[in-house]
Design a protein around this ligand. Sequence first.
Ligand code: FAD
Length: 520
Amino acid sequence: MAQAVNGEQARSGVRADQIYPTLTAAQIARIAAHGRRRRVAPGEVLVQAGERTARLFVVASGRIDVVRPSAAGEEVLVSFGPGMFTGEVTMLSGRRGLAQLQVGAVGEVIEVGRDDLLALIQTDGDLSEILMRAFILRRAELIARGVGDVVLLGSAHCQGTLRIREFLTRNGHPYTVLDLDRDAGVEELLERFHVSAADVPVVICRGDVVLRNPTNQQIADCLGFNDAIDQTTIRDLVIVGAGPSGLAAAVYGASEGLDVLVVESTAPGGQAGASSKIENYLGFPTGISGQDLADRAYTQAEKFGAQVIIAKGATRLACDRKPYAIEIGDGQRLPARAVIIATGAEYRRLPIENLPQFEGAGVYYAATFMEAQLCADEEVIIVGAGNSAGQAAVFLAQGAKRVHMLIRSEGLADTMSRYLISRIEDHPRIVRHVHAEIVSLEGNGHLERVGWRDKQSGRIETHGIRHVFAMTGAAPSTRWLGGCLALDAKGFIKTGPDLSPDDLAVARWPLARPPHLLEA
Ligand SMILES: Cc1cc2nc3c(=O)[nH]c(=O)nc-3n(C[C@H](O)[C@H](O)[C@H](O)COP(=O)(O)OP(=O)(O)OC[C@H]3O[C@@H](n4cnc5c(N)ncnc54)[C@H](O)[C@@H]3O)c2cc1C
């Protein structure tokens, strides 16, 4: 039985068995066929923290401890006895491990390399279920306990801090955040790493690399998110965008045996990742948060062997000759026999001149647990009348003092699902303002006041509200495609029967048959 030495495991017996299962002799024998047995001695380090080579160990006899260095020496996070196995989701992605594996008691282990592990997961349904479930639950536990290799020094009032928190959270990477204005001990850390309050947000990556207000790509590079991915070979399929569509394409492509690479400019999940709870997605009768949906889809795609490059945006599609290539900046090209473009949509921004100074400092485009924490017990405004606005209103009303919905038209009936309208109408803390449009944002560093106009009377009112959620729809993310593919007047890609003979001539359509639906 695994033991968490710090006693933080407040789980039911069933869940503990799922996180730390003990394999049967027959299951161990099947794993052994993919690995090699070897004797180990106490104190032997099997995997260093931060090591790139992902390997699974099954304990045949003896004990393996999972340890991480702490101020008080080494902290044992969990111990694995006979029949148990190491590993979490980095086994699938090939990313760096977060803790050190060390032999606690003499014995024998079975060591399985990552490629052999992937083959095992794809061929043995019984073991696949046990291993995948344990890996996913263990990552969730690491996140819940903040066991990671990133410390973020920031402030709730700072744009960059929210961006970095979102980036790490949506990429399922555990981190600790220390708030300059609230947490003790921050001064000491600033001094130790020779940074000042003016440098925040500061990311301390893997214990010693100090990044001042880093871009998402710099964080991804430091954490080695993409290190295990070969970016030179010709792939059967390159998918641009890891929202629900791109991840679905990755799951189906990879499960059919294609060599699939996904390129994602931010984090898996896309717009859906910004949703607190999706209730109309097939197969989830009680609803699912966008983040959970994205995590599951991402892990599922990786299970079938798809790889996902994070924090790299496609900048151009080179389609003049085969293989096609997706350019991702710095002269890097990803060659592909086929390309799926699943870049979805970008949020529409409020037409207010000084908007950029408040984005992430009072103006948000997502309503998840993270943003909800920032506006607990305060008044908030939601701009929009679609389903995303409705979901955000119902979700934020759980913790906010009052939720004001600014609706441009005369109501919600034409734009929102009936089930959401009923919840909004019945909610005592949600106020609807119809024919209303936002006209001004004011504040010093953080949003402090918001003005809106009644479009019928022309009357403008200003309120001391510090949080605005812009949920005003989205436009297609296709600007980077110019030249290669025909776009319609709204920026959507023309495909199949929408392509005119002129479009086909310009694109030098090479086949005798016309393009299929969604083909271009
Ligand atoms: C708050 C909110 C709540 C919602 N709730 C619901 C709901 O309850 N039910 C429902 O059915 N729908 C809901 N939606 C809509 C749903 O999320 C979208 O329809 C869905 O996410 C679209 O999926 P997609 O993969 O096509 O595109 P997106 O989700 O837009 O994903 C596109 C991905 O491509 C990436 N990308 C863009 N450009 C590039 C580039 N050049 N290079 C690399 N990557 C790029 C983006 O970063 C993104 O991850 C909601 C949307 C929001 C914002």
